[in-house]
Design a binder for this molecule. Structure first.
Ligand SMILES: *[C@@H]1O[C@H](CO)[C@@H](O)[C@H](O)[C@H]1NC(C)=O
Ligand SMILES: *[C@@H]1O[C@H](CO)[C@@H](O)[C@H](O)[C@H]1NC(C)=O
Ligand SMILES: *[C@@H]1O[C@H](CO)[C@@H](O)[C@H](O)[C@H]1NC(C)=O
Ligand SMILES: *[C@@H]1O[C@H](CO)[C@@H](O)[C@H](O)[C@H]1NC(C)=O
Ligand SMILES: *[C@@H]1O[C@H](CO)[C@@H](O)[C@H](O)[C@H]1NC(C)=O
Ligand SMILES: *[C@@H]1O[C@H](CO)[C@@H](O)[C@H](O)[C@H]1NC(C)=O
Ligand SMILES: *[C@@H]1O[C@H](CO)[C@@H](O)[C@H](O)[C@H]1NC(C)=O
Ligand SMILES: *[C@@H]1O[C@H](CO)[C@@H](O)[C@H](O)[C@H]1NC(C)=O
Length: 780
């Protein structure tokens, strides 16, 4: 009884001290009005510097603040119904404040509370591995893997749907016995999950769903623990740091030794995404805990759409992370290829786009010996050998099951060729063929979505229109055309690659367009990584459902953990680098050419080169990132200058920075960033944009760099000075860039054009590249 008495005394004192008397009386007066108002969850930011000393913990203060905002608290009323528990989380690392379930009336009165900064409603988030290490040229005998000792000593916190701890990828063989001293996390028990499931690889696991339960009070959580019930978190976390697993494969495809990109790094899982939904307040709680637990890198393959930075949980939590030197990498989203669809376009976060890799599966062999490499992931070693190949202009529509059955009967189980067209998509053809039990099928389609996302449910293969020409010619010019389809085959070295994925969300960032986003691209399409064993990963026909311990998945969610892992490797190899330096090293060394030595292409429009709004600086090149020559650094105050330049209100800025010690005397939208974006308006004649940049020499000893510029079409770029001379390591030099977009009188131009600025070391190996985008302002 004693503690509760002390507590209420504190509360009363607090109310008297902090609440204006007229609010108190108003509360008393409106005692019953609140019954009908609806409750929602809000995330509330408080001012830490105003913490009243009468409370011993932050939690007590927040609890009291909530109580004081309740209209039903009126001091004399002792009959009041016990209120439901309203405080969901107290946050102290990622932000300072709490989330709570409140009525709009309570929220309004809360706004007048002592120490209140801002509040906004909780929202739902959207979610957005293994040959990829090889594709990225990672090798233990040289480069980044060698210098980082495969990521040893680094901890990556993965914000996701949980983890399947029994997966081979989370075995801890050959992991260093001693955990990093700074580690404060735990392995939280829960449904089908106990503390002994963590080990030297999976060193922590926690779960957060109070926000979800508040948003859906009647929800029954299916797996109330850190255990993954979705597969997403197991896939992403094993991509970051999975251990070596021999013979990993997906129904015979992509077979090999699976491993994460940082195979000796540790993983801590923060489960915030549930089959039943996902809420910003839970994401914030997960990131808050990860920061408090002492992770080095946070990987978040999810994002909040269409929110300003000061209401974006990931932006807010990652600001606190950045201040502590924790790198946050997050996914761009899967809403491409429309421009301006990207989320997580946050200046202090690494935003990751997705690319293809140089791998495909399956082949078609014609009776004349010609072999065509296509694409299939049909989940069995089906026997489709020397069957009659059937092609007919009208039959090739494959648009009716009646007709398909006739073909099957007439050819005694031949292989039918189906050509996608304006009148029927390859997806519809696949469904019809599946229902008709055709023995074998060849789908002719150039739809990138089938290769990126699609599934085949019958023994079949997809080929391009270009490859189809000789197949059709063979069929038509031969009396007895025959073919075989080979399944469970894996081909690498496919050209061109990487190619920007069509689905990858495009910049500019709606929440901060003045910095070019995404930052970087990484493999995201058809990545093999660990999975949960009870979920369907492949279907045969209409009623055979198969599962597997490894799954091939696509999305920017799969690309993000590649960058998180490279950041972890860089942390291990270059412990002296801060968050901005790591991002800069990753960006300025990225590969902007594909494996045909041409500019990277865009799957959304294969005839065109991909713009930096799709790929950022280009494809990650981890070994080069180890030794970038120069870096563009930034301090927390530099990011504050951006927020001030946005004309955010004082409280909006405080919501992100949590501290009054930052000042707004130098507002600027020009951050020292390794990329450039300029907007022009269709009306104005021409625009001149000036940027100032400072580079730090992180190479060994002195060096001279000369600039090389590739101007965006229709723009002029000048760089001053055009030579930078460094006498020593860690010396800084500055330069200015003027980008002039010249409008042509009679042209109604709506083009995005792009180019780059490259600093090339005299007689040295370093080239430091920054992409430039010039775009009409209407696309934001
Ligand atoms: C790094 O490379 C050296 C020389 O090739 C080799 O002896 C060493 O074992 C490598 N380190 C790792 C972690 O593989
Ligand atoms: C944890 O779960 C495992 C597997 O179910 C079981 O073998 C073990 O005894 C459990 N440990 C504890 C401490 O409950
Ligand atoms: C939750 O369940 C209660 C009682 O079963 C019901 O009255 C209420 O409408 C439900 N609420 C929602 C949001 O489904
Ligand atoms: C199927 O495609 C053929 C050839 O394009 C066309 O003539 C026919 O009308 C289509 N049938 C259906 C059911 O769409
Ligand atoms: C079509 O096939 C015939 C017979 O095999 C061959 O002679 C001819 O060159 C082929 N034409 C094309 C365009 O491939
Ligand atoms: C901020 O306000 C200033 C002064 O009113 C204005 O010139 C500037 O364009 C505003 N910036 C933004 C990003 O809205
Ligand atoms: C714009 O004007 C120039 C010169 O007057 C002319 O050569 C060009 O064809 C015009 N372009 C368009 C799109 O009308
Ligand atoms: C805009 O794009 C079109 C089509 O690609 C091209 O023909 C035109 O020259 C471009 N205009 C400018 C000013 O770059």
């Amino acid at each position: 009884m004693e503690p509760s008495f002390v507590y209420s005394l504190k509360l009363i004192l607090f109310l008297i001290i902090t609440t204006p008397w007229f609010l108190l009386s108003l509360h008393g007066y409106n005692n019953n009005v609140d019954e009908s108002s609806t409750y929602s969850t809000y995330i509330v930011h408080m001012d830490k510097s105003q913490f009243p000393n009468i409370f011993t913990t932050h939690h007590d203060w927040f609890e009291a603040t909530i109580q004081s905002s309740k209209p039903s608290i009126h001091i004399s009323n002792s009959n009041e119904k016990p209120s439901k528990k309203q405080l969901l989380y107290s946050y102290n690392h990622a932000m300072y404040g709490f989330s709570a379930t409140l009525s709009s009336k309570e929220l309004n009165s809360l706004r007048n509370s002592y120490g209140f900064i801002s509040a906004y409603p909780d929202r739902t988030a959207t979610m957005d591995t293994t040959h990829t290490f090889e594709f990225l040229s990672l090798d233990p005998s040289f480069g980044l893997w060698n210098a980082s000792n495969l990521g040893e000593g680094v901890i990556v916190g993965v914000i996701d749907s949980g983890v399947w701890p029994e997966s081979e990828s989370f075995k801890d063989d050959r992991m260093e016995k001693k955990l990093p001293l700074k580690w404060k996390g735990t392995c939280e028990e829960g449904e089908e999950f106990n503390a002994s499931m963590c080990n030297l690889k999976l060193i922590g696991a926690r779960y957060f769903n109070k926000g979800l339960v508040a948003a859906k009070p009647n929800v029954t959580i299916k797996m109330n623990s850190p255990r993954d019930y979705d597969g997403h978190g197991t896939h992403t976390s094993s991509t970051v740091a999975g251990n070596y697993v021999h013979g990993a494969n997906f129904f015979g495809y992509a077979k090999g030794v699976a491993r994460g990109i940082a195979p000796r790094a540790r993983v801590a899982m923060y489960k915030v995404s549930w089959e039943e939904g996902r809420q910003a307040s839970d994401i914030l709680a997960g990131m808050d805990q990860a920061i408090g637990d002492g992770v080095d890198v946070i990987s978040a393959s999810m994002g909040l759409d269409k929110v300003p930075l000061y209401e974006d949980s990931i932006a807010i939590a990652s600001f606190a992370a950045m201040e502590k030197g924790i790198v946050v990498s997050s996914s761009a989203g899967n809403e491409g290829p429309k421009l301006g669809t990207l989320h997580n376009g946050i200046p202090w976060v690494i935003n990751v786009a997705a690319s293809s890799i140089d791998r495909t599966f399956g082949s078609l062999v014609l009776g004349n010996g010609e072999t065509i490499i296509g694409w299939t992931l049909f989940a069995a070693d089906a026997i489709v050998q020397d069957l009659q190949l059937v092609y007919h202009d009208t039959l090739s529509a494959c648009n009716s099951s009646h007709m398909l059955r006739e073909v099957v009967a007439a050819t005694s189980d031949g292989i039918i060729i189906c050509k996608a067209s304006d009148s029927i998509s390859v997806f519809d053809q696949i469904n019809l063929v599946t229902m008709t039990n055709v023995k074998g099928a060849v789908f002719v389609s150039d739809d990138p979505e089938i290769i990126e996302w699609g599934h085949l449910y019958s023994p079949s293969i997809v080929i391009t229109f270009k490859d189809a020409k000789s197949v059709i010619n063979y069929t038509q010019s031969n009396k007895n055309p025959k073919a075989s389809i080979n399944f469970q085959q894996t081909f690498i070295g496919i050209k061109p690659s990487p190619v920007a994925a069509r689905y990858s969300s495009r910049g500019p960032s709606p929440s901060f367009p003045w910095i070019l986003k995404p930052d970087i691209m990484a493999p995201g399409t058809r990545v093999l990584a660990a999975y949960i064993p009870h979920k369907t990963t492949a279907t045969i026909g209409t009623n055979v459902f198969l599962s597997s311990h490894y799954n091939i998945q696509s999305g920017t969610s799969m690309a993000c953990p590649h960058i998180s892992a490279v950041a972890a490797l860089l942390k291990a190899a270059r412990p002296e680098w801060g968050v901005a330096a790591i991002k800069s090293a990753i960006m300025t060394t990225a590969n902007f050419l594909d494996n045909t030595e041409n500019l990277i292409r865009d799957n959304a429009n294969p005839n065109e080169f991909a713009s930096p709004l799709a790929i950022g600086a280009g494809e990650i090149d981890p070994n080069r990132a180890l030794d970038p020559g120069l870096v563009y650094d930034a301090t927390p105050q530099d990011y504050v200058n951006l927020l001030c330049g946005l004309n955010y209100s004082y409280d909006q800025i405080l919501t992100i920075t949590r501290s009054r010690s930052y000042d707004c005397s130098n507002p600027s939208l020009d951050l020292n960033y390794p990329s450039f974006i300029v907007f022009y308006s269709k009306e104005s004649e021409s625009v001149i944009h000036k940027f100032r940049r400072t580079v730090t020499n992180v190479g060994e000893g002195g060096a001279t760099y000369r600039v090389k510029v590739r101007e965006p079409m229709g723009s002029m770029v000048t760089v001053l000075p055009n030579i930078l001379v460094f006498k020593d390591k860690n010396e800084k030099q500055s330069y200015e860039v003027h980008i002039i977009y010249m409008k042509k009188d009679n042209e109604s131009n709506n083009n995005v054009s792009f180019g780059d600025i490259v600093w090339v070391e005299d007689g040295g190996k370093h080239t430091v590249r920054s992409p430039i985008v010039v775009a009409p302002n209407g696309i934001v």
